[in-house]
Design a protein around this ligand. Structure first.
Ligand code: NAD
Ligand code: MG
Length: 381
């Protein structure tokens, strides 16, 4: 039995992971769960999965949950709880599925405890890729990607050698605005931006998909995860989201991983790896799929994707500035304070204004993160 600690159990990835665990009761059990404030759903999850501890970031909600559940499990309150549960709980796999830079510290803690990291929280690798890769080597720990594109590449690379890779090709659906012109971007509504054609996900990543910043963050994630150069990471628009990504080898051969778009598959793989379990809930009838189409992304229209490639070049804390600025810009768009078309403008402003440290350390990552947020919050409050 593998014991799983899920950070972000009430989110889109968290709920899918619990669905997998429900299906494989003889393989997995839940060691702990963490949420922001949705204690109603957490209470149901506690009753069904019996974790030994949970974290509720919102302290008031944590106390309310304590009243409701009594001594059923340990309830830790506050943001610091994330670190505490990763330090103290007994688990084999950390599923990091919270949003944003909040995932970084608990992930580092789990690496130091030599646990497997099933990583959905791509922001961790975006802001601190170099540090994370060094720690993985130092502590002999492993990250198994949950992001569907990186899971696809990870699967394609099984049995292959890095020196034989020409490039990887991350596929992107193109999001809801693939066929809109750049001029139309200033008029799109929050509701339109939250309507992803293929994937049902949390709000932040759904907006990132509409701007294609999600693909940009994934390019940076792949850069660190697979140790390739920026020029070896290609992006292809593939509106059907059936091929989740590909690897081209030096003999010209291309390997791909395919399935219907459903996050339960990469989650299951990250938990069962190196084994594969019998699972028939997401079978893909390839003859019913029809056409698979691929084309070049439009970097002029999707400026965020271009900015992500640029910050890899800049290095240091530039990806951290990009990530923080994007988190703020998305939040400002979702609360009606800026237009959709302004999201890349805010990121550019922050990249110009905030001083980049050429070498990222944990200290300057958090410093730059706070400075970037303060700068944009002051300007666009
Ligand atoms: P979501 O918004 O649906 O869920 C986030 C979860 O994290 C919730 O349970 C929330 O309560 C919890 N949470 C957020 N901040 C927290 C904090 N500071 N402390 C404790 N708990 C906190 O998000 P999601 O769509 O599931 O995405 C999670 C992560 O996975 C993101 O990094 C995203 O980029 C990545 N990801 C998601 C998908 C997807 O299909 N949803 C695919 C690939 C990667
Ligand atoms: Mg993805």
């Amino acid at each position: 039995m593998k014991k799983i600690l899920i950070l972000g159990s009430t989110g889109s990835i968290g709920k899918n992971a619990l669905e997998i665990i429900r299906n494989f009761k003889n393989e997995f059990l839940v060691a702990g769960l963490t949420v922001n404030d949705n204690i109603d759903l957490l209470e149901e999850q506690i009753n069904e999965f019996n974790p030994s501890s949970v974290v509720v970031k919102n302290k008031e909600k944590a106390r309310e949950l304590k009243k409701r559940t009594g001594n059923k499990c340990r309830i830790i309150e506050g943001e610091e709880g994330l670190l505490q549960i990763t330090k103290e709980e007994d688990y084999d796999i950390l599923l990091s599925a919270i949003v944003g830079i909040a995932g970084l510290k608990p992930t580092i803690e789990a690496i130091k405890k030599n646990k497997r990291i099933a990583l959905a929280n791509k922001e961790t690798l975006v802001v601190a890729g170099e540090i994370i890769i060094q720690l993985l080597n130092e502590y002999n720990s492993e990250i198994i990607p949950v992001d569907s594109e990186h899971s696809a590449i990870f699967q394609c690379l099984k049995g292959e050698e890095k020196k034989d890779i020409n490039k990887i090709i991350l596929t992107a659906s193109g999001g809801p605005f693939l066929n809109k012109s750049k001029e139309e971007f200033c008029n799109v509504t929050i509701k339109e931006a939250l309507s992803h054609p293929n994937w049902k996900m949390g709000n932040k990543i759904t907006i990132d998909s509409a701007t294609m910043m999600n693909k940009g963050l994934e390019v940076i994630e792949a850069f660190w995860l697979f140790g390739l150069s920026k020029d070896q990471i290609d992006v292809a628009i593939h509106p059907q989201s059936i091929i989740h990504s590909m690897v081209e080898f030096k003999d010209g051969s291309i390997k791909a991983q395919l399935s219907l778009p459903d996050m339960k598959l990469p989650i299951l793989y990250a938990l069962s790896y190196p084994k594969r379990f019998n699972y028939s809930d997401v079978l893909t009838d390839i003859k019913k799929i029809g056409q698979l189409i691929f084309f070049e992304p439009d970097f002029d229209k999707f400026v965020c994707l271009k900015l992500a490639y640029d910050v890899i070049e800049e290095g240091g804390t530039a990806p951290c500035i990009l990530n923080a600025a994007n988190e703020v810009a998305v939040e400002k768009f979702l609360t009606g304070k800026i237009k959709f078309s302004q999201i890349p403008d805010l990121i550019k402003e922050a990249l110009d204004a905030i001083n980049n440290h050429s070498r990222a350390t944990l200290e300057n990552i958090f410093e730059v993160d706070i400075k970037t947020r303060e700068f944009l919050n002051k300007k666009y409050n």
